[in-house]
Structure formats: C-alpha cells, structure tokens
Design a protein around this ligand. Structure first.
Ligand SMILES: Nc1ncnc2c1ncn2[C@@H]1O[C@H](COP(=O)(O)OP(=O)(O)O)[C@@H](O)[C@H]1O
Ligand SMILES: [Mg+2]
Length: 327
C-alpha cells in the first residue's frame, strides 16, 4: 500500500482555491518531488498532510491514518523541515535535538544514541555543542534534517529545503537527503522550484495554480518534450541540411551557424549522421531535455519566472560573501 494517499484534496482561502482537487500516491521508500512555481499550493498541501491545516474537501492518508480523523497517529509517523527555519538560535545543536526528541517521545535510554547518530549522519557531530546562531545556512538546514529524522518517522517532509542556499551548499545538502531512504528506511516528500534538483526524485508531481498538471518519473516527464536536440556545424550547412533531411527524415533548422534537429535517442543518431553526410563536421553537441523544458512545454512559462529575479541573485551573492567573511 502507498505510504501517502491523497484523494480529491482541495483547500480554499476565501475566494482563492489554493489546492484544487488534487490526487496522488507516494510509494514507500521513494523520494517524491512536488514541483511548482511560487504560490502553486505546495506548502498548503504539506500543511494539510502534516495535519496543521484541515482541507476544504477530499481526504489524505499517511501510513494508513486519516490526516483529518487521526491527526496524532499521523504526527507520529512524520517529520517536517519547514520552509522557514524553526531552530532555536540561542540553543546548541545538541539542545535543539534534545528538545525535539523529548517532544516526540523518544525514550530516555535511546535519546543520546539517536541524536549522536543523526548528527554524525549530517556531519555536525563535532559542532554539537555550538550555538545554532553561529551556524551557516547550510549547517542549519542539515541540523533541521537531522532533527526531522530523530524520532525515525516513516515520512519526512522537506518544504523547499534548499531555498536561499548557494549552489555548492545545495549540492552538499542533497548528498545527505538522497541517503535517507536507504539509511533510515524513510520516504521523502519534498517540494522545490529548482527543477534540476527534482532529477534525483523517483516520482514527481507538478503543481501549477493548485492543480496537478503532470506526474511521473523524471524520464517520463522529460519525454513529453519530444526528444533530444542535436546541434551540428559543418563545412557546408546548406548541403548538409539537405542530406540529413533526405536520409533521416528529420526536420533540420539553422541558427547561429549551427544546424539543429529534434530526435529520439540523439546519442545513437549522432554517429549515423556524421557517417552519412559528405561535409566536414566542425562541431557536434547534444542537448537532452530538462524538467524545466517539460514545465515550459506544459505551461508556456519558466518555473522560476517569479523567483529567479536579479534581486534574488544579489541577495544570494551577499549571503555567500557574508559566509566567506564569517570563516
Ligand atoms: N493562510 C492563508 N490565507 C490566505 N491565502 C493563503 C494562505 N496560505 C496560502 N495562501 C495562498 O495560497 C496560495 C498557495 O500558497 P502556498 O501553498 O504557500 O504556495 P507554494 O508553497 O507553492 O509557494 C498562494 O496564492 C497563497 O498566497
Ligand atoms: Mg511554499
């Protein structure tokens, strides 16, 4: 049985339908990615699943428990890393973990081992007695992941875990997250609007304006784009274009001195083309579709249109600069 089942779930805030009749299932041990732009309804969905918000209609189950009718059973089965940090900055890493372990009823005999294990897992054991206010953004996020796992939940919810972190810190955090299902037997439910991060997911659902517009594996979603794009530059593009179109039944266009064509299995197609044409090949490159291309194709928009602003870039650069000068 799937560990998360969502059936026709909706949430309205006054006139606004934040979540609009969504249904999906998540299998045990999977990393499930819930993707969508800002305001799509991701956090609202997580809040319903985590029993912090009641749905307007529809039902949701976690580990067999109804999120509306059996909230305390659901809470025992889950861990949460919220979009905004909820650590106590005036406590040490260890004290933050202790507080959480007590709240979740981890037994006295087990507390120390559990906390030590979790801190080692995210590489923070050596810093366990430092105050959290001295931690970098990446360290705080890692501590929150460790804290979310300390009571060994069946499902760990991560709401935009890498938001605001620089690319290197994001990659570092991912190294820990992808290990969780194997090491701790957990299922991961995560949201992000960084499409490239969703590549590590086993399954993905894309939400836009409260509705799920597509779901499947990353491969399945990328296939909707229609294939790989091959770019070739030759000694005579006009001749080469005619030859390729004649021999391969492909539609070839030219841009910036390069011929380009869309095809399935581009990697296998390239050597065939090079062998077949008479012109000298000057350069070749292959572009595989990304999840961003898939989102663009489905909605006609880039997923990060509202987020990837110059302001964000500046903020990120300032944060990186501060981190460097802290060291
Ligand atoms: N408590 C609330 N009251 C009114 N509107 C809300 C509330 N929470 C979220 N919304 C609205 O619901 C929509 C979905 O929000 P949210 O679930 O936070 O999106 P996401 O997490 O995908 O960015 C947004 O338009 C947001 O402004
Ligand atoms: Mg959100």
């Amino acid at each position: 049985m799937p560990v998360i089942i969502v059936e026709n779930l909706s949430k309205r805030f006054g006139d606004l339908t934040a979540v609009d009749n969504i249904s999906f299932e998540v299998d045990e041990g999977d990393i499930f990615g819930f993707l969508g732009p800002n305001g799509a309804g991701k956090t609202t969905t997580i809040n319903i699943l985590c029993t912090l918000l009641s749905p307007t209609s529809g039902r949701a189950f976690i580990a067999g428990h109804d999120c509306s009718k059996e909230p305390s059973d659901v809470r025992k089965a889950i861990g949460i890393v919220f979009q905004d940090t909820t650590l106590d900055k005036d406590l040490t890493a260890y004290e933050n973990m202790m507080l959480h372990a007590y709240l979740y009823g981890v037994t006295r005999g087990e507390i120390k081992t559990r906390i030590d294990d979790a801190l080692r897992f995210v590489d923070l054991y050596a810093r366990r007695d430092d105050l959290v206010k001295k931690f970098s953004g990446g360290m705080k996020r890692r501590l929150e992941v460790a804290r979310g796992m300390v009571h060994r939940p069946k499902v760990l919810f991560l709401d935009e875990p890498t938001l605001g972190l620089d690319p290197q810190t994001r990659a570092n955090l991912w190294e820990f997250i992808v290990e969780l299902p194997k090491k701790h037997n957990a299922t991961i439910f995560m949201t992000t609007h960084y499409m490239e991060e969703a590549e590590v997911c086993d399954k993905i659902a894309i939400i836009d304006n409260g509705r799920i517009i597509a779901s499947g594996t990353p491969e399945e979603l990328k296939k909707t784009v229609g294939g790989d794009v091959i770019y070739i530059k030759t000694s005579d593009n006009d001749k080469a274009k005619l030859e390729i179109e004649g021999l391969f039944n492909l539609n070839v266009s030219e841009k910036n001195g390069e011929l380009f064509m869309t095809t399935l299995k581009g990697d296998a197609c390239i050597p065939e083309i090079i062998k077949a044409i008479g012109e000298k090949v000057l350069s070749v490159r292959l572009q595989r579709p990304t999840l961003n291309d898939a989102f663009l194709k489905m909605t006609g928009r880039q997923i990060r249109e509202q987020n990837g602003t110059a302001e964000d870039t500046v903020k990120e650069a300032v944060r990186a600069y501060r981190r460097r000068s802290e060291k």
